[in-house]
Ligand binder design. Structure first.
Ligand SMILES: NC(=O)c1cc2c(=O)c3cc(F)ccc3oc2nc1N
Length: 326
């Protein structure tokens, strides 16, 4: 390898490491100025040596041309939606059905329900090959170019595995405030909430616009059969996906009773305002895959999971009261 090739290889490695620490682990290891300086050095070297551009170089995140529209993709495994629980009674009913089907020796995994939009990511031999929206659950839109602009999404995994994962793309609260402040400046219509802003950003046909929106993502499941990777349960799968370099939400907790689940829900009902992203509930999943297989699915939802939805913010009821009094 000559000197330039060596430096390009070294810059790719460093920027990949620093990017993972900053965007996936939320633990920066160098100052932004150092990252930017190295990135600009790589951009200059790649411009002078286009044949040495790596497909997963950080300079390739904002690539793609502006497209006329998105291709449709059929998911290998349907992207189902979660059934909802609105109060403790619903949770007790869910728990009763689970115990009826698989007995009492199991545990739940509780996760924050990120308020964004569901995405699917396909990696082939470790390289991000396709990204798509949920769509109607069977057919989604191919938005690979836009998802590549999300720095929390690795362009290459730490292992050359072929795997499909599912997760939630979202707009952090800080990005949302900044975006709406800019739109106010430019007399543009404001986004109502971070979820709409994230959806609107990923529907942009120009990846440069998606890149400017500073989205992020959490991965919450594998698409397809986790046991094919020698993994027996969901919590273990999330650890495995983290090991591959994928971002998963660390605020997850194993619970063995609904009482523990309720305690987790109460904790985050009170604390969610301190999170740097919006959540609209808590997802409760039976952990072991063998138990999930026994419980199975309805036409549109897994029977082994449920989403507890937080009550609507009081501001809505206040508005309603005003209307009612007038
Ligand atoms: N928004 C979320 O944070 C979130 C969403 C889902 C799902 O939509 C979901 C849908 C399924 F059919 C099965 C598992 C799931 O797990 C999930 N886990 C999460 N943490």
């Amino acid at each position: 390898m000559n000197e330039v090739e060596q430096r390009i290889a070294e810059l790719n490695k460093l920027l990949h490491e620093y990017g993972h620490a900053y965007y996936v682990l939320d633990k920066p290891v160098v100052a932004d100025s150092v990252y930017d300086q190295l990135l600009h050095e790589l951009i200059a070297l790649e411009e002078a040596n286009p044949s040495l551009i790596y497909p997963d170089s950080p300079t390739q995140r904002v690539g793609g041309a502006v497209v006329e529209g998105f291709q449709k993709v059929t998911h290998d495994y349907p992207m189902l939606s979660l059934s909802n629980a609105f109060d403790e009674g619903d949770l007790q009913e869910f728990d009763r059905k689970v115990r009826q089907a698989i007995g009492d020796h199991f545990s739940y995994v509780c996760e924050l329900k990120i308020d964004g939009l569901a995405i699917s990511l396909k990696y082939e031999n470790g390289v991000l090959a396709q990204g798509a929206t949920r769509g109607d659950g069977v057919v989604g839109e191919e938005i690979t170019a836009n998802l590549k602009t999300i720095r929390a999404i690795p362009l290459r995994l730490k292992e050359p595995v072929t795997i499909e994962v599912r997760g939630e793309a979202y707009m952090p609260k800080a990005s949302f405030e900044k975006l709406n402040a800019q739109r106010l400046e430019q007399n543009e219509e404001l986004f109502a909430n971070p979820r709409n802003a994230a959806a609107g950003s990923l529907r942009q046909l120009d990846p440069k616009i998606a890149a400017s929106r500073q989205l992020s993502a959490f991965i919450y499941a594998i698409g397809g059969d986790g046991e094919a990777y020698g993994i027996d349960g969901h919590a273990e799968m999330l650890d495995y996906l983290e090991g591959l370099g994928l971002p998963s939400n660390k605020e997850r907790q194993r619970c063995t009773t609904i009482e523990e689940v309720v305690a987790f829900i109460n904790k985050w009902t009170d604390n969610r305002g301190n999170l740097p992203y919006e959540i609209d509930g808590i997802v409760i999943k039976v952990d072991r895959y063998a138990h999930q297989d026994e419980l199975g699915y309805t036409a549109k939802s897994p029977r082994w999971a449920i989403a507890y939805k937080f009550p609507a913010e009081e501001v809505v009821t206040t508005l309603l009261n005003i209307e009612l009094t007038v």
